[in-house]
Design a binder for this molecule. Structure first.
Ligand SMILES: O=P(O)(O)OC[C@H]1O[C@H](O[C@H]2O[C@H](CO)[C@@H](O)[C@H](O)[C@H]2O)[C@H](O)[C@@H](O)[C@@H]1O
Length: 280
């Protein structure tokens, strides 16, 4: 796979399908959807999730790109309102039509209205939240509250983060299952959340709503794999797409499936800048 090293150049994807995807975006940008994950893709990974912020150049680059394409959509496991706040996405000239699909697509925020639409919370979330502390005792793991719509168990700050993650995965999967939830594993995080939605469904729905003729999706984590599969499905039915991996040492699964690997959020921003410049 290709790495994006020259900051000013638009890199050539390593695969024929990726090159087709990029060509289609460049040929008809007004009908292209740009889908982007937040943590690890637009925002560098930090030890405390409350301190995560978009890369310092991300907003300016998105604002330069968004008016030239059909849609820029941030698709994240975060609550939409949190991603908007940590991203600094509200009220930005150029981002008037930004969409943020939160909770893996269950929530939606549109810059044009500034409002979030969300389903009723799943009753299993409160139930697992009540039981969680007894599972975490002595592991060094801790809980991130997610507005009552999901709950995340982080192990990044545990003495042995990977060992804590591995030890908790099976019991938390069992706990989630008893309350009708699923476990979404991520970068040293196990998220207990309602089933029925994922980033693939979210991306496909968005692409179809806009009758887009091409798509770029960029992600870094396991929760982005359904969006990668959605782009594969779109390709197989005639909609070209480009799969971008925001590379890290923590997760390698996306790297293997990507058309283009860039160096973390800085690389993503560089790629999007080069794309925006080329579209000028
Ligand atoms: O879909 P995403 O935008 O990638 O969100 C997925 C999870 O991201 C967050 O956790 C990750 O980022 C944290 C801050 O950099 C980091 O500390 C943690 O180890 C990562 O897993 C977020 O806190 C979770 O709620 C999201 O589900």
């Amino acid at each position: 796979m290709s790495s994006h090293t020259d900051p000013g150049a638009l890199p050539s994807p390593a695969t024929p399908a990726g090159r087709d995807g990029l060509r289609a975006i460049l040929a008809e940008p007004q009908r292209a959807v740009i889908g982007l994950d937040f943590d690890g893709t637009l925002a560098p990974i930090v030890a405390d999730p409350e301190q995560a912020r978009a890369h310092p150049e991300a907003v300016a680059v998105l604002a330069a790109l968004a008016p030239k394409v059909a849609s820029v959509a941030v698709i994240t496991g975060r609550p939409a309102e949190i991603a908007v706040r940590y991203g600094g996405f509200a009220g930005v000239p150029g981002l008037e039509h930004l969409t943020v699909l939160g909770h893996y697509g269950a929530e939606r925020w549109d810059a044009v209205t500034g409002e979030v639409t969300a389903p009723e919370p799943h009753p299993g979330v409160a139930a697992v939240r009540a039981e969680l502390p007894e599972f975490l005792d002595g592991t060094g793991a801790w809980i991130e509250e997610k507005g009552g719509r999901a709950v995340a168990v982080h192990t990044r700050r545990a003495p042995d983060p990977q060992a804590a993650f591995d030890a908790l995965r099976a019991p938390l999967t069992d706990l989630a299952g008893r309350h009708g939830l699923i476990v979404e594993p991520g970068r040293l995080v196990l998220e207990l959340r309602p089933p029925g939605m994922d980033k693939g469904v979210a991306l496909l729905t968005h692409v179809r709503e806009l009758s887009a003729t091409s798509v770029l999706y960029g992600g870094d984590d396991l929760g982005d794999l359904p969006a990668f599969s959605a782009v594969d499905d779109l390709r197989s039915t005639g909609t070209p797409g480009l799969l971008v991996c925001s590379g890290s040492d923590e997760v390698t699964e996306l790297r293997k499936r990507a058309d283009l690997v860039v160096d973390g959020p800085g690389g993503v921003v560089g790629l999007l800048r080069a794309l925006a410049e080329r579209l000028t």
